[in-house]
Structure formats: structure tokens, C-alpha cells
Design a protein around this ligand. Structure first.
Ligand SMILES: Nc1ncnc2c1ncn2[C@@H]1O[C@H](COP(=O)(O)OP(=O)(O)O)[C@@H](O)[C@H]1O
Ligand SMILES: [Mg+2]
Length: 228
């Protein structure tokens, strides 16, 4: 194993009943690396993400996190791993409506057992870095779509996870907002050494990643970057 490798998949298959969604996937992700996965709707991108994150059990093959196979972990250990080492961002942010921006951001730290004052202080710091200081006390219903996605980004990074899984994280935004949110997200992730698996259908977004894979009918293929 390469020492900086955080997450890998070898020969991973996933099916829903008899319908294959992921076929023989291979991927290796290193510390701080941003890997983009592009592909049409229904090609299996989200399914692959759920396998990599240990959300869906694989039918064949192996996922390793920091050299350890996810297949040997029981449900409790797997939940703890997801909570402590992974972060997630989805298309619509999925903030909890009854919590403030600051409380939403602090959630991963609170779930990890950190005291409220410390968790809120850490959340405040990430929000400040994303230019969201002024929104700390607001509810999700009181912020814009772009702001809401920034808060989701802040929440995914607040506990300094090893990997963030981002499933079309800017898919609900207009293109200028999407670009800005993505820039901020990737800059912050790289600065803290968090690797990102970024699912997107946008080729411009994929061009900002370190590595690029495309997915078609469940088959993941590494794309060779043109040297410019
Ligand atoms: N929970 C599910 N049950 C059955 N089929 C599913 C389920 N989720 C996804 N699929 C199917 O698996 C394939 C891949 O879907 P998905 O991973 O969501 O693709 P993408 O994220 O690239 O749009 C599609 O054919 C989809 O219909
Ligand atoms: Mg999807």
C-alpha cells in the first residue's frame, strides 16, 4: 500500500436485485486528493459513492480505508468510521431545519461527543473561512441556496475527516454560484488534507480535480489528463 493512500476499491461489484449498478470498480485515493467522477444520470455514480463510504455492502471486491478492509467491520464500527473519518455533502445541502447554521455545522463534532462550546467554536472557525460568519444564528430557511450549500460544505469538513463524499454538491446551484462554492470547498479540503470524491455531471467541475474518472453503465474508467 502506498503510505498516503486513504481509500481504495478493488474489483467492486454492486447490484440492486439482479440489476448491476457498479461493475469491477477500481479506485485509489490519496491524502488530500480530489477525485472527480463524471457520467450520465443512472450510470452508477451515487451507487459507487455509497459503496466507497461503507453505506451499501458490496457484492464482490473490497473497499479499504487506511489499509483496513471495510468488509471486516461490524455495523457499529462502520457507523463510527463514517461519523468520524468521513464527511458528506449532497445536492441540496440537507441541513436540519430546526438547527441554526452554526449548530448544523457543529453537528459532526457533537455526534463525536465534543462539548457544545468547543464544537460551536470549531464550527464558527470553518464558517468564518467560508465567509459565512454573519449567518451563524440563522435557520436554513433564512439563507439562500448558495449559502446553504456552503454551510453543508462547512459541516462536511468541520471534523477534519479523511475523506468527504460529495454527490453533485453544486448540482442545485446556478453556474457562477456552483463554481464559487466548489472553489471554496476544494481549497479548504486541500488545506486540511481531506481527500474528496466528487460526483458531478459537469466537465468544468471535473477539470478542477486532481484525478478524473468517468462512469458509464456501471463501469468506472480513469481518464488520462491532457498535458497543457
Ligand atoms: N435503491 C435502488 N434500487 C434499485 N435500483 C437502483 C437504486 N438506486 C439506483 N438504482 C439503479 O442503479 C443504477 C445506477 O443509479 P445511480 O447510482 O443512482 O446512478 P447516478 O448516480 O449515476 O445517477 C440506475 O439504473 C438506477 O436506476
Ligand atoms: Mg446520483
Amino acid at each position: 500500500m502506498n503510505t498516503s493512500e486513504v481509500l481504495s476499491a478493488t474489483g467492486v461489484d454492486l447490484s440492486y436485485g439482479a440489476a448491476p449498478a457498479v461493475r469491477n470498480a477500481q479506485i485509489a485515493l490519496h491524502r488530500g486528493e480530489v477525485a472527480a467522477i463524471t457520467g450520465q444520470s443512472g450510470s452508477g455514480k451515487s451507487s459507487l459513492l455509497y459503496c466507497l463510504a461503507g453505506v451499501l455492502p458490496v457484492a464482490r471486491g473490497e473497499i479499504r480505508f487506511e489499509g483496513r478492509s471495510l468488509g471486516v467491520l461490524n455495523d457499529e464500527d462502520l457507523s463510527a468510521l463514517r461519523r468520524e473519518k468521513f464527511g458528506f455533502v449532497f445536492q441540496y445541502g440537507e441541513l436540519l431545519p430546526e438547527l441554526t447554521v452554526e449548530e448544523n455545522t457543529a453537528l459532526p463534532l457533537r455526534l463525536a461527543g465534543q462539548r457544545k462550546a468547543e464544537a460551536l467554536a470549531a464550527a464558527g472557525e470553518v464558517l468564518r473561512r467560508l465567509g459565512l460568519d454573519d449567518l451563524r444564528g440563522r435557520r436554513p430557511s433564512q439563507v439562500s441556496g448558495g449559502q446553504s450549500q456552503r454551510v453543508a460544505v462547512a459541516r462536511s469538513l468541520v471534523h477534519k475527516p479523511a475523506v468527504v463524499f460529495a454527490d453533485e454538491p453544486t448540482g442545485s446551484l446556478d453556474s457562477s454560484n456552483a463554481t464559487a462554492v466548489l472553489e471554496e470547498f476544494l481549497t479548504l479540503a486541500r488545506a486540511q488534507g481531506t481527500a474528496v470524491v466528487l460526483v458531478t455531471h459537469d466537465a468544468d467541475v471535473a477539470a478542477r480535480a486532481d484525478t478524473h474518472y468517468s462512469m458509464c453503465d456501471g463501469v468506472l474508467t480513469a481518464q488520462v489528463r491532457e498535458v497543457s
